[in-house]
Design a protein around this ligand. Structure first.
Ligand code: UDX
Length: 444
């Protein structure tokens, strides 16, 4: 069996996949056009924060099972299986996904493929992309029909990337239409993932477009669930009801379930927002836009939470941010991540700053990324420094260290004891007992 894998694209998905595959015993070559990133990874240094990943990367590098290169010819020569893990960000000013990295990677790799191999697409792409890439491979790879494409979407969450890679909920394999190629590809993929399959992970085979759709449908569902509970929060605010109790009560119905039913500032990050937008754009191209108009609402409900947070903070300050000081706890789009892409926390902080307040932000891991993304904000070295002289403190990312904060210690440093819990994570009784005016989204 083929044991030599390449992983093309060493961002979040690729770096995790490469380290995990090396940990499973494969020889892995990570490939990226970014030389600086390659140098850092080759030195065992992870360019982003992800619990548990750096030790695994280092172990792989030290064992020499995991190496990195920026050379596509080297990758083509080395790999029996090539995993495609490059990013598909949102196009500037449009909903559609930018596929230039995917097209660039296949365009460079294909003409170098001189021996039989499997190309495994893991990037999140608009439905129809795999079929197009398979045609490119067939047309331009010297090995021709012996370079077989499989579509194998990845469902990992930041903060749980290692766990989700090694213990996925399911493995989806979108296979080529040709039966012989499909049988060969399925066999190879089952072999690579054999430890996971042996541990009981469902292995689902289907065609290319279904595999591509499983990924975006899953993200659309998750985003919808979050926006559903945040829409209920809007109604709760109007009706003076408590959305956290509502959510708890709904969760007992196991047809609904409690996961992703956490009301608060809503979703952000590098996946859910851009994936639902790209999904709408692609459905439009296919003439099926009506099927997804509800996702526009899901997106809007999500953005309205950020506006509501800013309004609530302004209201607590008597109607204006001018000359006021705001302490912001959290910059990452969620805890256990240093990712600030489309972060609700940073978005709210920047909007308040633009309305005239002095805003000081603290985040346990995301400070360097936050400084780069929003240089006009002030940054504190701890929660206490960020809250110094604040007229209102906003908790915008639910890091455990914020949840466990001592309300009396924080009370010592602020100018006024106003706190808005944007993630419904603090215990209101505890904060009120310490003299705080505690407010939260969706609660009276
Ligand atoms: C998501 C999907 O979960 C994952 O399967 C896919 O592969 C990539 O996109 P990720 O972006 O890492 O993963 O984060 P996730 O844990 O899904 O959280 C997304 C956002 O939703 C965060 O901003 C989080 O704060 C928010 N969220 C999550 C809520 O607002 N409420 C919830 O109940 C859950």
């Amino acid at each position: 069996m083929a044991h030599r894998l390449t992983v093309i694209g060493t961002g979040y998905l690729g770096a995790t996949h490469a380290a995990c595959m090396a940990d499973l015993g494969f020889e892995v070559l990570g490939v990226d056009v970014d030389e600086e990133r390659i140098a850092r990874l080759a030195a065992g240094e992870l360019p982003f924060y992800e619990p548990g990943l750096e030790p695994m990367l280092r172990k792989g590098v030290e064992s020499r099972r995991l190496r990195f290169t920026s050379s596509y010819p080297e990758a083509a020569e080395f790999g029996d299986v090539h995993f495609l893990c490059v990013g598909t960000p949102q196009k500037a000013g449009e909903y559609a996904a930018d596929l230039s990295a995917v097209d660039g990677a296949i365009g460079t790799l294909a003409p170098l493929l001189r021996r039989p191999c499997l190309v495994v697409g893991k990037s999140t792409v608009p439905v129809g992309t795999a079929e197009r890439l398979a045609e490119t491979l067939a047309r331009t790879a010297p090995t021709g029909g012996d370079a077989v494409l499989v579509w194998n979407p990845e469902f990992l969450r930041e903060g749980f990337a290692v766990h989700d890679t090694l213990r996925p909920d399911r493995i989806v394999a979108g296979l080529p239409p040709d039966q012989g190629a499909a049988d060969h590809a399925e066999k190879a993929l089952r072999e690579i993932y054999r430890t996971m399959i042996a541990a009981g992970t469902p292995f689902i085979t289907c065609d290319y477009p279904t595999a591509e759709l499983v990924k975006v449908a899953a993200n659309a569902f998750l985003a919808t669930k979050i926006s559903f509970i945040n829409a209920m929060a809007e109604v709760c605010e109007a009706a003076r009801a408590d959305v956290t109790k509502l959510s708890q009560a709904l969760a007992h119905d196991d047809r609904i379930g409690g996961r992703f039913l956490g009301p608060g500032l809503g979703f952000g990050g590098g996946c859910l927002p851009k994936d639902i937008r790209a999904f709408m754009a692609r459905a439009g191209e296919l003439g099926a836009d009506q099927a997804l108009t509800f996702l526009r609402e899901v997106d809007e409900i999500n953005i309205r939470r950020r506006i509501r947070m800013v309004d609530l903070a302004r209201q607590l300050l008597g109607g204006s941010f001018a000359g006021r000081t705001v302490g912001v706890l959290g910059a990452a789009f969620k805890p256990d991540s240093d990712d600030v892409r489309d972060s609700p926390a940073l978005d709210v902080a920047a909007s308040i700053r633009a309305q005239g307040a002095k805003v000081t932000v603290y985040d346990p891991k995301a400070m360097p990324n936050a400084r780069r993304a929003q240089p006009s904000l002030e940054y504190g070295e701890s929660a206490l420094t960020a809250a110094e002289n604040a007229h209102v403190v906003l908790l915008l990312t639910e890091w455990p260290e914020f949840r466990d904060m001592d309300p009396s210690a924080l009370a010592e440093v602020v100018a006024e004891r106003n706190i808005v819990d944007g993630r419904n994570t603090l215990d209101p009784e505890r904060w009120r007992a310490a003299g705080w005016n505690y407010r939260a989204l969706g609660r009276p």
